[in-house]
Design a protein around this ligand. Structure first.
Ligand code: COA
Length: 599
């Protein structure tokens, strides 16, 4: 791919047709043009060309939209070396991504799948989601959570979470995968469920639970049960969400044992499937042990009992498909008035596949972040803010699939000036109610300060970064963070890291997450009199940093909402921005005094 571009620039204006948008196929530049002149000429041609083919209404809309200048950032021969190295790294990351995706698709493995579908006659979790959600892609959250943990590989943390549309309305779903140890909750499962609820709360999204779980995974009960952000928090959140008027619907499509029994009971509406759904605090074996009585699961806590006698559920479904039809109908009663979709959007200026060659491999050298911005925004347009000040941070306004956003992107270390600019811009967006998009690529920790002048520079930087952290923490607009490279040290906090509660945080597969970057461990170790010993320790720490800083290591522990392929970034950002906006269309939003209580 890159070679075509090289030829385009080096062969006196001969263009490879496969690589260039149609409107640039007859370039009129001459060999004498400077690159700037060439870009200017091209932009003019493009404007003229698209203007001619538009209706007057489109032209009016276009006139409004065109206020942002086009960010001309083509690849140049000088980028070749870095681009090719990045591309090779991106390809290796992509292979790893595909390998892990394949692994989690198998859930708990063939035997467990056979037991689930043949003996227990239940649908697999992805087939359930297919029946529940509209016929389109959904945004799956943290699919790699649970991989590579000290207590083993727990595919998808035993539970799929995400956001998908039901009758056009974005809803969070939390769906147990009972092929993974009977859908029992590991510590990572609880963490994943709580994060999904947090997203529902932060973005005011309806939430649908597909419950099929044996309750707590008993060998790890001490890490699931007692603490604040553990099992009980799910039920606490359910109550708080209900009081906030965030609708919740549960489908009991399997076992709902012990704590799990409260999920449907506390939901606003619950549907239960005949013969496969059960709700009880203690199952038949427990009854037998306590009273000696033999009882079937159906009699103890089946769908008939709960729909006809206890009132724990509101809808009885004969089979699974019917349960998901009920749920879709329930969602239609939630009283949101969604707007008609607008179609008037521009594609980015360059092919998004080029992001693979821009995704940085090295911590020491990244290509100008504006090259990435121009491949993410509508028409490659970008209204830059303070372009000549604090240039190691790029800030400005752009549109992504028609949504106006304020972009804050690292372009080197977060210097004092860069951080001051960042604070100013973040507050500006907050004033104007413009959502913020952080493109994070923070530089590794700097070496310790030795001179007084350096100390002063560092202190000023410290103050400026502190101010930026305050501005980001207190900005009330929605925030989305994409780690496109490094996520290291304190710079990453100011760039809206996980602790600063962005509505969504994704990583590119090449991303690295650690206090300090691999290769920089030396400055952190205490000096040792034995130089050889010191070197050994440093190597060991660097190896560990290398292993622990990978995007997949991070995602396995749920420090983010998932690994995102660079070429899919625009699509996912569009979904996130649509999702965030949806709350504006809920017709009744005043807070209730108390949650809805099941009588
Ligand atoms: N803790 C740890 N492991 C559990 C478990 C639990 N609470 N519940 C089930 N498992 C494991 C089983 O040991 C089995 O492991 P294996 O595949 O290595 O053999 C696997 O999950 C599947 O269980 P199994 O009983 O074979 O599958 P099933 O589909 O017939 O039934 C349940 C699934 C969840 C309905 C059933 O296992 C059950 O009732 N479990 C106990 C639930 C309970 O009392 N929970 C209280 C927790 S507070």
């Amino acid at each position: 791919m890159y070679r075509c571009i090289i030829r385009r620039v080096c062969s006196g204006g001969r263009v490879c047709p496969a690589f260039v948008p149609p409107y640039t196929q007859s370039p009129s530049w001459t060999l004498g043009d400077t690159p700037e002149e060439r870009h200017h000429r091209l932009a003019q041609q493009r404007r003229q060309c698209s203007h001619r083919s538009m209706s007057s209404a489109s032209r009016r809309r276009r006139a409004l939209r065109s206020a942002f200048p086009v960010l001309e950032q083509p690849l140049q021969p000088i980028h070749h070396h870095v681009y090719e190295a990045n591309l090779r790294n991106s390809n290796a990351c992509h292979n790893k991504y595909m390998e892990l995706s394949e692994k989690i698709r198998k859930g708990g493995g063939e035997k467990a799948i056979a037991r689930h579908t043949q003996r227990n006659r239940k649908l697999l979790v992805r087939d359930r989601l297919r029946l529940l959600l509209d016929d389109e892609d959904f945004l799956e959250l943290s699919p790699f959570a649970g991989l590579g943990l000290p207590y083993g590989d727990i595919p998808s943390a035993g539970c799929l979470t995400g956001i998908g549309r039901i009758n056009g309305l974005w809803c969070v779903f939390i769906a147990n995968d009972a092929t993974v140890k009977g859908g029992t909750a590991y510590p990572i499962t609880v963490k994943k469920q709580l994060r999904a609820q947090e997203i529902a709360i932060q973005n005011r999204l309806p939430c649908v639970y597909l419950v099929d779980s044996g309750g707590a995974f008993l060998p790890l009960q001490s890490e699931i049960f007692p603490d604040k952000n553990q099992g009980g928090r799910t039920f606490y959140n359910e109550a708080i969400m209900s009081a906030m008027k965030i609708p919740q619907v549960a489908v009991v499509c399997g076992s709902c044992t012990a704590g799990g029994a409260y999920i449907p009971t506390m939901a606003e509406e619950a549907v239960m499937v005949h013969r496969i759904g059960t709700i009880f605090l203690g199952g038949p074996p427990l009854v037998k042990a306590a009273t000696g009585e033999e009882v079937t699961p159906e009699d103890l806590g089946g769908a008939r009992l709960h729909a006809e006698v206890s009132g724990c559920v509101d809808h009885f479904a004969w089979e699974e498909k019917e349960a998901y039809d009920y749920t879709r109908n329930i969602v239609s009663t939630l009283n949101f008035r969604l707007p008609e979709e607008e179609e008037d959007e521009e594609e980015p200026l360059y092919n998004s596949m080029e992001l693979l060659g821009l995704a940085p491999k090295s911590y020491n050298y990244s290509l100008d972040v504006k090259m990435m911005v121009s491949r993410l925004t509508d028409g490659g347009r970008f209204q830059e803010f303070k372009a000549r000040y604090g240039t190691t941070l790029v800030t400005g306004f752009a549109k992504i699939h028609g949504h106006l956003v304020g972009i804050v992107a690292n372009n080197g270390e977060l210097s004092c000036q860069a951080a001051l600019k960042g604070s100013h811009f973040v507050q500006l967006c907050d004033q104007r109610d413009v959502p913020l998009l952080f493109l994070q690529n923070t530089a590794p920790t700097a070496a310790p300060t030795l001179s007084t002048t350096q100390a002063e520079v560092s202190s000023n930087r410290l103050k400026a970064q502190g101010s930026m952290m305050s501005a980001v923490a207190c900005a009330s607009v929605p925030k989305i963070t994409v780690v496109i490279g490094g996520c290291h040290g304190a710079d990453s906090y100011a760039m809206c890291g996980r602790a600063f509660e962005p509505n969504f945080l994704f990583l590119w597969p090449n991303a690295r997450v650690s206090m300090t970057a691999p290769g920089h461990a030396g400055s952190l170790l205490p000096p040792d009199s034995e130089q050889e010993e010191e070197k050994k320790q440093e190597d060991k720490l660097n190896r560990r940093l290398e292993e622990e800083s990978s995007a997949f290591f991070s995602s396995g522990r749920l420090w983010d909402d998932g690994v995102l392929l660079p070429q899919d970034t625009r699509k996912v950002l569009r979904n996130c921005l649509d999702i965030i906006k949806q709350q504006q269309y809920q017709l009744s939003m005043e807070k209730l005094q108390s949650p809805l209580l099941r009588m």
